[in-house]
Design a protein around this ligand. Structure first.
Ligand code: BES
Ligand code: ZN
Length: 939
C-alpha cells in the first residue's frame, strides 16, 4: 500500500471500524476518489465521510496501481497508459487481404505532449510496426523512432533519439497485422456466397480491449479522440465504418481495388470504432429526424432486415425524446455478421450483430425471435447515447453501460411492442438471474476493480448486466420517471463526448430528485449480494402492522458471521384491495422496522415488493403466505408478483429456509395460471428442482407431477394458433408443449412426431411450433429421427433454424446419440460461437451431463485455444459443471481446473463448485421428503 495514500486517508480522522476496498485502477481514479465522499471506499457499509474514522486496510484488489513498494501485492501492478501525452486525431488507413488473412496499415496520430519525453508507450497486440516517426507541429525535422514490444502489457514503446517537447505534433507509422479467426480485433468471418462458394469478410470487434489488434492506439475508454478512417478494399466489396463515405477512388496500385475514406468521427473511445468489408445487401429507411438507417444482411436476404429496420427507425426518435438529445451521427447502420462472439456490439453508427439477433424472416421466424431482435436493437441503440456519447471512465464502471442498456431496452420494446408485456419478462430474465447468481458467496459487487485486459472479460456477466439493470429499475421506481429523465438529460449533457464515473450518475439523479440517490445506490453497487426481508404481521382493528427485518440472503441459508451487510431498501406494499398500486412505500435504512398499513381488512392478502421492482427476496410468515396463495389461485395478484412469490419460495427452499415439499405444494396453486411469463419462470424453478430429482428414485413421479400441473393450460391452448392471438399466447403454447413433450405426455409426443414427419416430408410447420416439436421428438425419439433432424439442419438456410435444431438435439437420451451431438458441436457445421450452447444442450440429463464434462476435459486444449480463454469459455465451463450433485464430482472439477488454469473462468469455476455444494446439501436434506411426497401424490 502506498504510504502516501495511507497518510491521506488517516488525515480524514475516521471513527468506525470499517474494512476498506480501494478502487485504484489508475492514478486518476485515486485522485478522483479521494476528493469525493469517502463512501466510495466502503465495501460493507455505506457511510458518510463524517463518520469514517480509523481505517483498517485489509483487502487488496488483485491489481492496483500505486507508487510505493511498501506492502505491495506480489503481482506486478497494472498500470494505465501514461498521461504525459494524448491523441487528438487518428488518421488510419487499412488494407485487408482476404486471401492471406493479413492486413497492411498506416496511421498519422495528432498528439499533444504535456511533458518532455523521449519514449511513447501505447497499446498494440500482434502488430508489427515497420516504421515510426515524429514531427512537431510547424516543424519539418522528422525524427525516426525505434520499436520495442511488451507482450504481457499489450503495449509497444517507441523510443526517439531526442526529447520531444511539450506541444502539438504528429506521430506516423506503418504496420502489418493478422486477420485472425478468434472473433476479436480485426478478424475474418466465413460465409457461403449465394453461388455456394466459401468466402470471407473482414470485420471488427474491439470491445473491450482489442482495438489494439487492428492499429496501435491508446486503447482505454477515457482516452477519446477523433478518427479519419480509410479502407482500401476490392472494388466489388461493401466497405463500412462508423461514419458516411467522404470519398471513393480507384486504388492507384491496382484498379481492381478502391480507396474509401469516411467522414471524421466525433470524439470517441477506441473500442467503439468499427470496419466491415464484405458482400452484403441492405434495406434502408429514415427516422422521423431524417437519420439514414440501413440494415445490412447476407446477400439475397434483405427482406429479413425489414423488421429490425422498423424497430431501429422507431427507436432512434424514442431515445432522442427520452434523453432529450438528438442522435449525434448522420447515419446508423446495423449489420448481421456470420462469425460473431457476443450477441451484438454498439459501435457508434455501425452496430454489429449475430445473424440471429438481427434477421427476421416474416414467414419462418418465431415470436420469440422477433422479441429478441427488438430487445437487442433497443439495447445497442441505447448505447449510442449511454456508452458512446458518455462513456465509463474505466472498465470498473462497465456495469454503468451494460446495466443501463439492459434496463432501457425494455422501455424501448414496451414502447414499440406493448403486446410483449416485456416488463413482466424483465422480472424473469434479469431480476431472476441476478438474484440467483448474487446469492452465492462467490458473487462480486457490481463495481469491481479491474486492471489488466485479462480481467475485463470476466465482468461481462449477469452481475454487470442483470443486477445492474435491476438496481436501475429499482432506482427509477424510487425517484419516479419524471425526475429520472431530468437527471439523465443533465448527466448526458454534462458528460457528452467525455467520460463519467458511477458516482457522477448518482449525483445528477440525486440533484434532479432531491433524494439520497448516492447513498442508497452505493449500498447496492459497492457490496455484493442483496437482502432477504423477513416479514410477519399483526392485525389490529382496521390496520395491518408488519414487522420487517433485513439480512443478507445467502444461497446456502447461512448467516454471514462477522461482516455487517446492510442495504438501503426501497420497500413497497400492495394488498388485495390495491393489487397494482402500492398502498405504502418506505425506505428501509435499518436492520428492522415496523410498518402500519391502514384500512386493511382481516384476511386480505398483503404483498411486500409491489410489482417485484425491489432487488431482494421476501420471506413471509406462514399465515401471510397462506393468504397470498388465495391471490395466486384466483389471479388477483399481478403477474409480476405471482412470478416473484414462487421465485422467492424456490430460492428459500434451496437455501433450506423453507420446506422443499411445501414449495412443491405451493407450485400446484398455479394450476389456473394463464400468464406466459409466470409459467416460464415457474418452469425454470421446477426445472432446477427437476435436475436434482433426476438423482433420486422419483424421476417418473416428477414427470407425472409436471404433466398434471401443465394439463389445464394445455387444454385451453391446444396445438393450433387462434386467429388474432398475441405473441405471448404463441410463446406460452411453445413452452407448455415443450414441457409436456419432455415429460412424456403421450398425446403430445404422438402429435409432435406426426407434425415432425409431415414437416420433414415438405408440409409447412408454424415457426412457433418448431421448438416444442423438435424438443419433444428428440427427447422421445430414436436414431432415425435424429438423422432426419440433422438432414434438416443441413438444408436449413437460416441461422435461426440451425440454432433451433442444434439446441434441440441435445435432448436425446441414447448414449451413442449424445456422443454424436458432442462431436457435431465441434464440427465445421457449427460456428465457434454456437458450440457452447450445443454442448450445453446435452447437460439436461444425468448421462448427458457426465458426457459433456468428460468431453470438455478431453477437448480442453482445443477449446481453450479456440476461445483464447474469453467469455465463451467461461460459459462453457458453467454449463458443463454447475449441475452435479456429488462430493466426488466437486473434487474432480476443482482438481481439473487447478491443473488446467483458465483465468477468465476462475470465478465461474468457484460459482459452479458452490452450486454443486448447494446441490449436495439439498440431496442430504430434502431428497427423501421430496421423493416421498411425489410418490404419495401419484398414488
Ligand atoms: N457491449 C456489448 C457487447 C460485448 C459483450 C462486448 C461482451 C464485449 C464483450 C453489447 O452492448 C451487449 O451487451 N451485447 C449483448 C446483447 C444484449 C442484448 C444483452 C450480448 O452480446 O450478449
Ligand atoms: Zn450492451
Amino acid at each position: 500500500m502506498s504510504l502516501r495514500l495511507i497518510r491521506r486517508l488517516t488525515h480524514l480522522k475516521p471513527s468506525i471500524n470499517s474494512k476498506l476496498y480501494l478502487q485504484l485502477s489508475s492514478k486518476f481514479a485515486i485522485q478522483k476518489h479521494i476528493v469525493q465522499p469517502l463512501s466510495h471506499f466502503c465495501k460493507f457499509e455505506y457511510c458518510k465521510p463524517a463518520v469514517l474514522k480509523s481505517c483498517i486496510i485489509t483487502e487488496f484488489p488483485r491489481r492496483i496501481n500505486h507508487q510505493s513498494t511498501a506492502d505491495m501485492p506480489e503481482a506486478k501492478p497494472f498500470e494505465r497508459l501514461p498521461q504525459t501525452l494524448s491523441p487528438v486525431n487518428y488518421n488510419i488507413r487499412l488494407k485487408p487481404n482476404l486471401k492471406a488473412f493479413t492486413f497492411e496499415g498506416s496511421e498519422d496520430i495528432d498528439i499533444e505532449v504535456v511533458k518532455p519525453l523521449s519514449e511513447i508507450t501505447i497499446n498494440s497486440v500482434e502488430i508489427e510496426v515497420q516504421e515510426v516517426s515524429y514531427v512537431a507541429s510547424g516543424k519539418s525535422d522528422t525524427v525516426k523512432g525505434t520499436v520495442s514490444y511488451n507482450k504481457e502489457d499489450e503495449t509497444v514503446t517507441f523510443t526517439f533519439p531526442s526529447e520531444i517537447q511539450p506541444g502539438k505534433g504528429r506521430m506516423s507509422m506503418t504496420f502489418t497485422g493478422i486477420l485472425n479467426d478468434k472473433m476479436k480485433g480485426f478478424y475474418r468471418s466465413k460465409y457461403t456466397s449465394p453461388d455456394g462458394e466459401e468466402q470471407f469478410s473482414a470485420v471488427t470487434q474491439f470491445e473491450a480491449t482489442d482495438a489494439r489488434r487492428a492499429f496501435p492506439c491508446w486503447d482505454e475508454p477515457a482516452v477519446k479522440a477523433t478518427f479519419d478512417v480509410t479502407l482500401v478494399v476490392p472494388k466489388d466489396r461493401v466497405a463500412l465504418s462508423n461514419m458516411p463515405v467522404k470519398s471513393e477512388q480507384v486504388y492507384e496500385g491496382d484498379n481492381k481495388w478502391k480507396v474509401v475514406s469516411y467522414e471524421r468521427t466525433p470524439i470517441m473511445s477506441t473500442y467503439l470504432l468499427a470496419f466491415v468489408v464484405g458482400e452484403f445487401d441492405y434495406v434502408e429507411g429514415k427516422d422521423a429526424d431524417g437519420v439514414l438507417v440501413r440494415v445490412y444482411t447476407p446477400v439475397g436476404k434483405k427482406e429479413e432486415g425489414k423488421y429490425a429496420l422498423d424497430v431501429a427507425v422507431k427507436t432512434l426518435p424514442f431515445y432522442k425524446d427520452y434523453f432529450k438529445i438528438p442522435y449525434p451521427l448522420p447515419k446508423m447502420d446495423l449489420i448481421a455478421l456470420a462469425d460473431f462472439a457476443a450477441g451484438a456490439m454498439e459501435n457508434w453508427g455501425l452496430v454489429t450483430y449475430r445473424e440471429t439477433a438481427l434477421l427476421v424472416d416474416p414467414k419462418k421466424s418465431s415470436a420469440k425471435t422477433k422479441q429478441w431482435v427488438a430487445l437487442v436493437v433497443g439495447h445497442e441503440l441505447a448505447h449510442q447515447w449511454f456508452g458512446n456519447l458518455v462513456t465509463m471512465e474505466w472498465w470498473t464502471h462497465l456495469w454503468l453501460n451494460e446495466g443501463f442498456a439492459s434496463w432501457i431496452e425494455y422501455l424501448c420494446v414496451d414502447f414499440c411492442f406493448p403486446e410483449f408485456d416485456i416488463w413482466t419478462q424483465f422480472v424473469k430474465n434479469d431480476l431472476g438471474r441476478a438474484l440467483e447468481l448474487d446469492a452465492l458467496n462467490n458473487s462480486h459487487p457490481i463495481e469491481v476493480p479491474v486492471g489488466h485486459p485479462s480481467e475485463v472479460d470476466e465482468i461481462f456477466d449477469a452481475i454487470s448486466y442483470s443486477k445492474g439493470a435491476s438496481v436501475i429499475r429499482m432506482l427509477h421506481d424510487y425517484i419516479g420517471d419524471a425526475d429520472f429523465r431530468v437527471g439523465m438529460n443533465d448527466y448526458l449533457t454534462k458528460f457528452k463526448y467525455s467520460n463519467a464515473f458511477t458516482e457522477d450518475l448518482w449525483e445528477y439523479l440525486g440533484k434532479a430528485s432531491g433524494k439520497p440517490v448516492a447513498e442508497v445506490m452505493s449500498s447496492w453497487t459497492k457490496q455484493m449480494g442483496y437482502p432477504v426481508i423477513k416479514v410477519t404481521e399483526k392485525q389490529d382493528e382496521k390496520n395491518r402492522v408488519l414487522s420487517l427485518s433485513q439480512e443478507k440472503f445467502c444461497a446456502d441459508g447461512k448467516k454471514q458471521e462477522g461482516e455487517q451487510f446492510k442495504w438501503m431498501v426501497p420497500l413497497s406494499f400492495c394488498t388485495a384491495s390495491s393489487p397494482d398500486k402500492p398502498v405504502k412505500k418506505i425506505l428501509l435504512d435499518s436492520t428492522t422496522a415496523e410498518v402500519t398499513l391502514e384500512n386493511v381488512k382481516p384476511g386480505e392478502w398483503v404483498k411486500v415488493n409491489c410489482g417485484t421492482v425491489g432487488v431482494y427476496r421476501v420471506q413471509y410468515s406462514s399465515e401471510m403466505l397462506q393468504s397470498l396463495i388465495t391471490g395466486i389461485k384466483d389471479c388477483s395478484i399481478a403477474p409480476c408478483d405471482r412470478l416473484g412469490i414462487q421465485s422467492d419460495l424456490f430460492a428459500l427452499a434451496r437455501a433450506g429456509l423453507v420446506s422443499a415439499v411445501d414449495v412443491l405444494k405451493v407450485a400446484e396453486a398455479y394450476i389456473n395460471e394463464t400468464d406466459y411469463t409466470v409459467w416460464s419462470d415457474l418452469s425454470l424453478s421446477l426445472g432446477t428442482q427437476g435436475l436434482l430429482i433426476q438423482s433420486t428414485d422419483a424421476t417418473d413421479e416428477m414427470k407425472a407431477y409436471n404433466r398434471n400441473l401443465y394439463s389445464k393450460v394445455f387444454q385451453s391452448l391446444g396445438w393450433e394458433a387462434k386467429e388474432n392471438e398475441g405473441p405471448l399466447t404463441a410463446m406460452l403454447r411453445d413452452l407448455v408443449l415443450a414441457k409436456l413433450g419432455r415429460n412424456q405426455e403421450q398425446s403430445v409426443v404422438m402429435e409432435a412426431k406426426k407434425k415432425f414427419l409431415d414437416f420433414y416430408n415438405g408440409k409447412p410447420l408454424s415457426a412457433d411450433l418448431m421448438d416444442p416439436v423438435y424438443v419433444t421428438v428428440m427427447s422421445n425419439g430414436d436414431e432415425d429421427m435424429f438423422n432426419k433432424m440433422l438432414e434438416l439442419y443441413d438444408k436449413a438456410d437460416s441461422q435461426e433454424e440451425k440454432n433451433r435444431i442444434s439446441r434441440a438435439i441435445g435432448a436425446v437420451k441414447d448414449e451413442a446419440l449424445i456422443k454424436r451431438v458432442l462431436d457435431f458441436a465441434m464440427s465445421d457445421k457449427v460456428r465457434s460461437q454456437d458450440t457452447v450452447f450445443v454442448i450445453g444442450g446435452v447437460t439436461g440429463s444425468v448421462k448427458g451431463r457426465e458426457m459433456a464434462w468428460q468431453f470438455l476435459k478431453d477437448n480442453w486444449t482445443k477449446l481453450h485455444d479456440r476461445y483464447e480463454g474469453g467469455f465463451l469459455l467461461s460459459r462453457l465451463v458453467k454449463v458443463t459443471t454447475e449441475n452435479f450433485v456429488t462430493e466426488e464430482k466437486a473434487k474432480e472439477i476443482e482438481q481439473f481446473f487447478t491443473d488446467h488454469p483458465a483465468p477468465a473462468a476462475e470465478r465461474t469455476v468457484k460459482q459452479s463448485l458452490e452450486n454443486i455444494g448447494l446441490n449436495i446439501e439439498w440431496m442430504k436434506r430434502d431428497k427423501d421428503a421430496v421423493s416421498a411426497f411425489l410418490k404419495s401424490r401419484n398414488n
